[in-house]
Structure formats: structure tokens, C-alpha cells
Design a protein around this ligand. Sequence first.
Ligand code: DC
Length: 234
Amino acid sequence: MGVFSRNIIIAIDGPAGSGKSSAARLLAKTLGYLYLDTGALYRAVGWKALKEGVSVQDEEVLAKLCSRLKLTVRPAGDGMKIYVDGRDITGAIRTPDVSRAAAAVAVVAAVRHRLLGIQRRMGKKTGAHGGIVVEGRDIGTVVFPEATVKFFLNASPEVRVKRRYQELRQQGMPVDLTVTRQEIDTRDLKDSSREIAPLKVAEDAIRIDSTGLTLDGVVSTMLETIQQKAGLKR
Ligand code: DC
């Protein structure tokens, strides 16, 4: 597909296992846009806290950790790579321990504040790509309320647990379905009940239930919507 004639921000929010990462990556690839997985930024902070052995709840300690954190994101293949202090942590942040740490640091105001600035700067640097697909929990509501098109992706709890389980297995992690279910339940509760920027559907977001859809089905629906809603010339 060609490039749209103006700078586009596509926001994709949704809970864990909703299929938003795969959809966001494929959509970005199809449109030739940049791709930003904001969950990886929270994971990077959680990873660093675990590595330094500091509390993932201590606001003061996390604020200091964030202020000296050197985070770099680079497009790579169909996705992106993330570096902390020059070290590639793209694979290391996908463990269940880091998932828990990420959800914990995500409730801390100083962490959200620091990552908000980083995300907004990245959103402005789309350059020749002409657009960016940004996925997370608060993209359409807080990070880019002015996004060109917003999607909220969801799926039945059973399907979300299965997807997460398969993803972990593919990464070679020792996994258990019951533990995965508990992990998803705990993260859902944490992500949607926190005070700052909780996971919620933006008023102007288009909801997509991916339960019975293939990845291509989700992305085709998105592409149609982008063309209709944004009325963009290509
Ligand atoms: O999408 P993910 O599972 O990689 O996200 C990891 C955690 O980061 C998730 O539990 C909540 C947090 N997060 C957030 O609070 N806001 C975002 N925009 C993205 C992720």
C-alpha cells in the first residue's frame, strides 16, 4: 500500500491477549508506517527495576530509575527492538516476571509521566514513513487523544488466555494454563482499575472483537475503517 498524504497516528488499545500486537505490526507493515509497542516501554522499566533489585512500587526509587534510564527504540523487521543503556532487551522483557513488574510500575505516576514524553516524541518523528501505529492501553485516551483513527481490540477471556499461553510456549517458556489465566486476570484488574490512565475505551474508538477473526480479518477491518473514517487519499 502507498503512503497517505498526511501524518497519521493510528491508536490501538486493548487488554493482554486481545491480538493488538500482531494486528498493530501487520497494519504498520501494510501501510509502511512506523510501529510502536508502548507496553515494551513499561516492560523496560519493570525489567530494569528487577535487575537492580528495587521495589516495583516505590515511587521515589522508580522516579530516580526512570530519570537515568536510557531507552532507545529502533524499527526492526516487522516490529521494533528496544534497548536499555545500549543493551538489547527485546527478548528479555517477554517473561512472566517482567509482565508482572511492568503492570506494577505502570501504576506509578512518575513512570507514566516519563514514558508519556517519550511516546509523544516518537509520535512526532514519523518522517518519511508518513504515519505511526501505536499500541497500548491509554493511547487513544491519554497519549494521542488526537489520533487520526482509534481502535479498541478485545476478545473473549478464554481466547485471550489461550493466545497468551501459546505465545509463551512459542518463546520456550515453561507455562501452565491455570497460571496464565491467573496472570491475565491479575493484569486486567491492575490495568483497568489503576487511578492514572486506566485501560478504557476512548469515546471515539472503533471496537473490534477479534474472538472469531483471523489476524488478516482484523487488519482488513482496520484498513477499511481507516479509509472510510479518515477519508484519506493514497
Ligand atoms: O502490552 P503489554 O502486555 O506488553 O504491557 C505490559 C504492561 O504495561 C501492562 O500490564 C500495562 C502497561 N501498559 C500501560 O500501562 N500503558 C500502555 N500504554 C501500555 C502498557
